[in-house]
Design a protein around this ligand. Structure first.
Ligand code: DAK
Length: 259
């Protein structure tokens, strides 16, 4: 995968996708979204990849969509140019494997929204989050008004979106925007450790658990419970369920095959 604005590396079954436009604080252009979408689609289909980490490196995650490219767009231009970001976000959010965001420095606007389509967010102590779009005369259009309230509650989401304020990593942890905060020097090690733990679990069970949670958030409770029950039953058709339960009874570690 040879891209200009994104670097993809695969180590021990873990893919690391690094945003790479440092000169503009990793601002997300159409090209970044196209490359992210392409990488997400390839990694989704690569069975040797068991988990994905998205990062911007040690200095900045992403300072949002590229304002210089958006500034002169008409309403019609915007309606068509949002396609790559929608596709990238959709492919990442629905990927049938765990996706972890490893965030250092600014994660603003579309950068923060990118973290919201991942499954787990690990923040460095240098991370700063915000949806400052209101200060540009727009609103968060990459899912921020929809996903952020689901994650942290409507009240806190409204405060962040109406003010455009930027919060630090500790505040992000306190309000549930991130899962954990670590020293910046430990960020990638921590993300890899978590990715490896997820990768060691039964891949089909993990995939269906992810689907139950993501789909369940769109359903009412009764339908969500029915969906969960169907997924639960389906797992009894997998080799991993037989192996997991046999390993427990035989007091050994399971060897999952993802089948
Ligand atoms: N776009 C373009 N360039 C950016 C940028 C951005 N978002 N953020 C920073 N840069 C550029 C700066 O212009 C500067 O470039 P030069 O002037 O050197 O050429 C360089 O990066 C370094 O930035 P600063 O000099 O500003 O660095 P500072 O440390 O002083 O300040 C800052 C850092 C992050 C506080 C500041 O750069 C800043 O406020 N940046 C803008 C943050 C922001 O407002 N982000 C939200 C953008 S709107 C959608 C999907 C997504 C979106 C919308 C719709 N659909 C699917 C519909 C997303 C929208 C957004 O994200």
């Amino acid at each position: 995968m040879d891209y200009e604005t994104v670097i993809v590396e695969i180590e021990d079954g873990i893919a690391i996708v690094t945003l790479n436009r440092p000169e503009v604080l990793n601002a997300l252009s159409g090209q970044v979204f196209n490359e992210l979408a392409d990488a997400a689609s390839i990694l989704a289909d690569d069975d040797s990849v068991r988990a994905v980490i998205i990062t911007g490196g040690e200095k900045v995650f992403a300072a949002g969509a590229d304002i210089k490219m958006m500034a002169s767009q008409s309403a019609v231009d915007v309606a068509t140019s949002i396609r790559p970001s929608k596709i990238a976000f959709h492919l990442i959010e629905t990927m049938k494997k765990p996706v972890i965001a490893a965030i250092a420095g600014y994660a603003l606007g579309g950068g923060c929204e990118l973290t919201l389509v991942t499954d787990v967010r690990i923040a460095a102590d240098t991370a700063q989050f915000g949806l400052p779009e209101i200060k540009l005369g727009i609103l968060p259009g990459g899912g921020g008004t929809q996903r952020l309230p689901k994650l942290i509650g409507a009240g806190k989401a409204k405060e962040l979106i109406f003010s455009g304020d930027i919060i630090d990593a500790e505040e992000a942890l306190r309000i549930g925007l991130v899962n954990k905060v670590v020293p910046v020097s430990d960020l990638m090690a921590e993300a890899k450790k978590m990715a490896k733990k997820f990768a060691s679990r039964g891949a089909v069970a993990l995939q269906l658990a992810k689907s139950c949670i993501n789909e369940g958030l769109q359903m009412d409770l009764e339908i969500g419970l029915q969906y969960e029950h169907k997924c639960f039953s389906l797992l009894f058709a997998t080799e991993d369920q037989k192996e997991g339960m046999a390993a427990f009874i035989e007091k050994r570690k399971p060897k999952f095959k993802g089948k």
